[in-house]
Design a protein around this ligand. Structure first.
Ligand code: HEM
Length: 176
């Protein structure tokens, strides 16, 4: 077993940047994109930001997975309950997979609706709705699952930090 007690600084930076972008994209998708009809000129601007952030999440998640494989890692945090520990490992895999699939389904909508040309080149107009594209349905479902897992992930972190008092947050910080 590894005797390293915390994640390295690259991993800490990648983790918090991705976390911030995912939370922001979830909120922006649910409260701004969903609430703005495609006929509103402001929709193109909102989509531009969302697509850039979503693309960045995809790249950062891939970078995080690669960096995790090639750099030394602390052992997985333990709760003292083997069942909970297994769930914790599974939840971390699921978070990465869901983040990747969510971004890929977003790219699927963009390709089917010709968004790159419309949003970044100003050529053409948005379709009346995105709901006619299957990746839009998938994107809607995956974002809800991702939100649920993010909430569970945060609650698990609080459980470690404040109930088990094992200073888990220190492992994901820049402190020595
Ligand atoms: C992990 C990254 C992403 C997250 C967390 C995310 C989040 C969201 C959310 C929460 C919604 C609203 C869904 C709903 O309430 O049903 C949404 C819609 C959408 N997203 Fe994403 N998204 C991501 C990546 C992307 C990417 C990479 C693209 C395109 C390149 C994209 C394009 C879209 C589009 C076109 C919509 C539909 C907006 C509408 O129906 O008005 N998303 N996204």
């Amino acid at each position: 077993m590894s005797d390293i007690s915390k994640y390295n600084n690259v991993q800490v930076a990648l983790h918090w940047l991705t976390a911030l972008l995912i939370v922001f994209s979830l909120l922006m998708g649910m409260f701004v994109l969903e609430a703005t009809p495609n006929s509103d000129p402001a929709k193109v601007t909102a989509l531009r930001g969302h697509m850039l952030f979503g693309g960045l999440i995809l790249l950062l998640t891939l970078a995080r997975i690669v960096w995790r494989r090639i750099s030394p890692q602390p052992p997985h945090a333990t709760t003292g309950n083997p069942m909970l520990d297994k769930l914790g490992v599974a939840a971390h895999y699921a978070l990465n997979i869901l983040a990747l699939l969510t971004a890929l389904s977003g790219i699927g909508i963009a390709i089917m609706a010709g968004l790159p040309e419309i949003v970044f080149n100003g050529q053409g107009a948005l379709p009346e709705t995105f709901s006619v594209y299957p990746p839009r349905i998938v994107h809607g479902i995956l974002t809800k699952l991702l939100l649920l897992l993010v909430v569970l992930h945060v609650l698990a972190g609080f459980y470690h930090q404040f109930v088990l008092k094992d200073r888990l947050f220190g492992r994901m910080s820049f402190r020595k």
